[in-house]
Design a protein around this ligand. Structure first.
Ligand SMILES: [Zn+2]
Ligand SMILES: [Zn+2]
Length: 587
């Protein structure tokens, strides 16, 4: 991401909040008369786990329920979801969950939220199709709660009327929400960019945004992810030129790693594969699954005879194959990192092959990605990243697109959402600049997770703090890659935690001394625990000596290996599933 334009936010956050929130906005009534209460529960002040609660009297609707992926140093944590205390406390009032689109940071926590209330989950068909397998994994039967909606359709929930507005993004079937409330209309953009040549011909509904703006919008909540970027983001089809070059120049296999939800990217690559006579294999569980769902629902078109299974890749000459793989972030369990150390069941890479990272590096993943690239280089293959060729385009609108939406909607109140605090603050500055001099002065409310924003029709204010924060989720992997069963935090609390401190010699890659195991809340019989921990020490030693030198040198891969090994052992011997946290030290 180009972050050179990020201004230095040197003023303290509070001062900035005062500066941006006060003065322009009269203080709302505090006489107990009803107000519209909007509480962001995630995504304001961080990247990911987007969620918001909108309440009037006895009715609460939830917008999105996303996850955030942990930093690699948060060992043993697979997913982070918003603290749901606020939702639990209002479970009788929560009447619906409304989804903007199918990215994990918007739907990943749906299985954790659905059991907390009765009532429908609204989303477009593709969004709901991506939710369904998650519910299955959690053994949740949605009955008729998943309600498909179409753009421009309206649904009524208590005092709210929700209209869905088509927006463009990096995946199909994304919507913004225009919610009519007793005190005015609020628009929530979801994630968007303004792609004027969408691959599926489904255009951003600029017309409806403008109409609503003309009729008067009380509050706009808008995506801030790319506020730091100048200009316009660019359409999805922009990557075609660079890929055409790569299809022409690659003599061996072409392996492209991208997000498994990037259906447009898949379509571009499938079309090029057909044009350049390469078979296409979808590799990695979520890639296979999403490609299947998208084809079934008509969002991805693959000419018949083009697709092959990953197990058939070796039956074709390298120059006749395109693999679309997971693992663009260097995640140890995903396809590309496994392929890069010859640890994948079906796909190998070698000289003449080209690996393309068609995704941005999510901050925090740079080291894991760099290690994967080194493994690939050792096998003689070439890696192409978005820094070298234009093989990735963001799904989020840049500054000019965000300004355009602001000037179309012309809200009375503006609340930047989806971003770290610096991005929200920058979006707030931009909004004031866009609206200054216009007949309608915009009041910016710079809120963070847990802030209760009150709208009473005359004014708005940020009031009391609601409980908000992060809940760390550990995922059990039952052997198979990505064969995941989510467990809830009560389970973790019940089964405790085991930390394994393992020292490895940096030169030889061998174990130094005995591994040290520390347990908290993980209880087995007294004599058993000694023998179990001895056994665990032996398992660690075996795991290290069985690993290749290359694996041993890769901390990410090694700790994942140890974690899986120890979890399996504890499960087998004690029937319990403690949170296992390997700490690898190179000495
Ligand atoms: Zn998104
Ligand atoms: Zn998002």
């Amino acid at each position: 991401m180009n972050q050179s334009a990020v201004p230095d936010v040197s003023a303290s956050a509070d001062a900035l909040r005062r500066d941006l929130s006060e003065g322009s906005s009269p203080v709302a009534r505090e006489d107990g008369s009803p107000t519209l209460e909007v509480v962001p529960l995630g995504g304001l002040g961080e990247f990911g786990m987007n969620m918001m609660a909108v309440s009037w009297g006895d009715t609460t609707i939830l917008i999105d329920a996303g996850v955030m992926f942990p930093d690699p140093d948060q060992l043993g944590v697979d997913l982070i979801i918003p603290d749901l205390t606020y939702v639990e406390a209002r479970r009788d009032k929560v009447k619906a969950l409304v989804l903007t689109h199918g990215h994990e940071d918007h739907i990943g926590a749906v299985p954790h939220v659905m059991p907390l209330f009765d009532g429908p989950v609204y989303g477009t068909p593709f969004t709901l199709a991506l939710v369904e397998p998650k519910l299955q994994e959690h053994g949740i039967d949605p009955g008729n709660r998943l309600q498909a909606v179409a753009p421009r359709q309206r649904v009524t929930v208590g005092p709210f009327t929700i209209e869905f507005l088509r927006v463009t993004h990096s995946m199909p079937d994304c919507v913004a929400l225009a919610i009519t409330t007793p005190v005015g209309v609020m628009i929530h953009t979801g994630d968007f960019k303004i792609d004027q040549t969408p691959l599926d011909g489904q255009h951003f509904d600029l017309q409806r945004f403008a109409e609503l703006g003309g009729q008067g919008v009380m509050a706009l909540f808008a995506d801030s992810t790319n506020i730091d970027r100048r200009g316009f983001t660019g359409p999805e089809i922009e990557v075609i030129d660079a890929f055409e070059e790569l299809f022409t120049s690659t003599e061996g296999k072409l392996v492209v790693a991208t997000f498994s939800s990037s259906i447009y990217r898949m379509q571009v690559l499938v079309d090029l594969a057909a044009q350049f006579d390469r078979k296409v294999a979808f590799v990695g569980r979520s890639m296979e699954r999403n490609a299947e769902i998208a084809q079934r629902l008509g969002y991805l078109r693959v000419p018949s005879g083009l697709q092959i299974r990953d197990s058939d890749v070796h039956n074709y000459a390298a120059q006749d194959v395109l693999c679309l793989v997971t693992g663009s972030q260097g995640e140890p369990q995903a396809a590309l990192p496994r392929i890069s150390i010859d640890d994948h069941r079906h796909v190998r890479i070698g000289p003449d092959d080209t690996v393309v990272l068609s995704a941005r590096a999510i901050p925090g993943n740079e080291k894991a990605i760099a290690r994967t690239m080194s493994h690939i280089a050792r096998r003689g293959a070439e890696t192409v990243t978005s820094d070298m060729k234009h093989v990735h385009v963001s799904g989020h609108g840049s500054a000019e697109e965000l300004k355009l939406v602001l000037s179309l909607v012309r809200p009375r109140y503006f609340v930047p959402i989806h971003g770290e605090y610096r991005q929200l603050a920058q979006h707030a500055r931009v909004a004031r600049r866009v609206m200054s001099g216009s007949d309608r002065n915009v009041h910016v409310l710079l809120a963070q997770d847990g802030d209760t924003i009150h709208f009473d029709g005359q004014s708005a204010r940020i009031g009391e703090k609601a409980p908000a924060g992060r809940v760390l989720i550990d995922v059990t992997r039952a052997g198979e890659v990505g064969d995941e069963v989510l467990r809830d935090r009560r389970h973790i609390a019940a089964d405790g935690i085991v930390v394994a401190v393992v020292a490895i010699n940096r030169q030889t890659g061998t174990l130094v001394g005995e591994p040290e195991l520390v347990a908290r809340g993980f209880v087995v019989g007294e004599n058993e625990s000694t023998s179990l921990f001895d056994e665990a020490g032996e398992a660690i030693a075996r795991c290290v000596s069985d690993a290749s030198l290359e694996e041993r040198a890769d901390q990410g891969l090694m700790s994942e290996k140890l974690r899986i090994e120890l979890r399996r052992l504890f499960k087998r011997r004690s029937g319990r599933r403690p949170l296992v946290v390997p700490v690898l030290m190179e000495i």
